[in-house]
Design a protein around this ligand. Structure first.
Ligand code: AKG
Ligand code: FE2
Length: 338
């Protein structure tokens, strides 16, 4: 069983599209889900492997004490009313200086360690891949600080204007050198949560120049209505291509901008987003934490697009309130989870 999972993590060509059916449950792991999902991106205009932008090696981690990390990640961020209205209008916001240089470097080094541990011959096999790791917070004390961070979680609760938020999952999203685009989508499509109070903090573990594939947003939030009748196709790139065309024909504003070191984006589950290919020599490493308003239920009919959701919400049936041990309240801070 373990061996089978490892195969899925190592070889994307093992993914068998003929077995997919949108109304079925997803029966593979989260890595297989991402292998499938990025295969739905239209890369016909890209020449990813030509002229990779050579970026210098990123700095190695300096020692940071646990107390320092905890303090920094619990320090409140100065979020303005304008930030909140901008998020609610556009469906996303990019905030600079959410993390300092040391924390970003520590996050990158830790995720790199986990990648080497999880994927056999990581350095040899990573080329062109979109690699993912999830539920790291359960085992890794450093990542846990970033996932349960009250600095991040309060920003999320305030942006959604809700009192209490819970964790859906953490996800390391690693777009390796030479990996193609992430297709246009909104997350409501795959999170099996019966609420629109869902937000993802997309936390880069280095600066992200355009050539590395920064998360890219269509605005305002309402643009999802323009594409709501486009049928999702799980077999080819047509959904991605159709969305791109509708956005172009409607002159939808697309925000495709670099991320400074320490900058973090936050997107709503109805915000349409994608990401360009990684045309650099370095891995684009990101920690994506998704949170939702306390009280939300599992949708009545999760589908294959909901992926490995039972791993993120165990012992909870469709229609039930999500409150498992793996979905702690992250804001406000409750003593038992810290
Ligand atoms: O990292 C990416 O390229 C895509 C991430 C994404 O879709 C998300 O965090 O919702
Ligand atoms: Fe997404």
């Amino acid at each position: 069983m373990i061996e089978k999972k490892k195969m899925a993590k190592e070889n994307p060509s093992k993914f068998d599209r003929s077995t997919t059916n949108q109304n079925r449950a997803w029966d593979k792991d989260n890595q297989a889900w991402w292998d499938w999902y990025v295969s739905l991106a239209d890369n016909s205009n890209s020449n990813t492997n030509d002229n990779l932008l050579k970026l210098p090696e990123l700095p190695k981690k300096k020692y940071l004490s646990k107390i320092y990390i905890k303090q920094e990640l619990s320090r409140p961020f100065n979020l303005s009313k304008h930030n909140i209205t901008t998020f609610q209008k556009n469906g996303f916001i990019k905030l600079k200086n959410v993390l300092n240089r040391e924390l970003v470097q520590a996050l990158r080094c830790e995720i790199l360690l986990l990648l080497k541990k999880t994927f056999r011959n990581y350095h040899k096999n990573k080329k062109n891949r979109f690699l993912s790791l999830e539920m790291m917070w359960l085992k890794n004390t450093l990542i846990r600080e970033f996932v349960l961070s009250s600095r991040i979680a309060k920003i999320c609760a305030d942006l959604l204007s809700v009192k209490k938020i819970r964790l859906y999952h953490d996800n390391a999203l690693v777009k390796e050198s030479g990996c193609g685009r992430t297709p246009w989508h909104y997350d409501d499509h795959h999170f099996p949560l019966a609420t629109n109070d869902v937000i993802t903090a997309w936390i880069p573990a280095q600066y992200i120049p355009i050539e590395m594939g920064p998360l890219t947003f269509a605005k305002p939030l309402e643009v999802y209505k323009l594409v709501k009748d486009i049928k999702f196709n799980e077999y080819d790139t047509s959904y991605d291509r159709k969305i791109k065309k509708v956005f172009k024909n409607n002159h939808v504003s697309i925000v495709e901008e670099p991320f400074e070191l320490g900058e973090v984006s936050f997107h709503h589950n109805l915000s349409f987003h994608s990401a360009p290919e990684n045309k650099t020599t370095q891995s684009r490493i990101v920690l994506a934490n998704t949170y939702f308003a306390d009280g939300a239920r599992v949708v009545n009919n999760p589908t294959m697009i909901s992926g490995d959701w039972k791993k993120f919400i165990p012992e909870t049936n469709p229609g039930e309130i999500v409150a498992s041990n793996l979905n702690p309240i992250c804001w406000p801070v409750e003593n038992e989870i810290k």
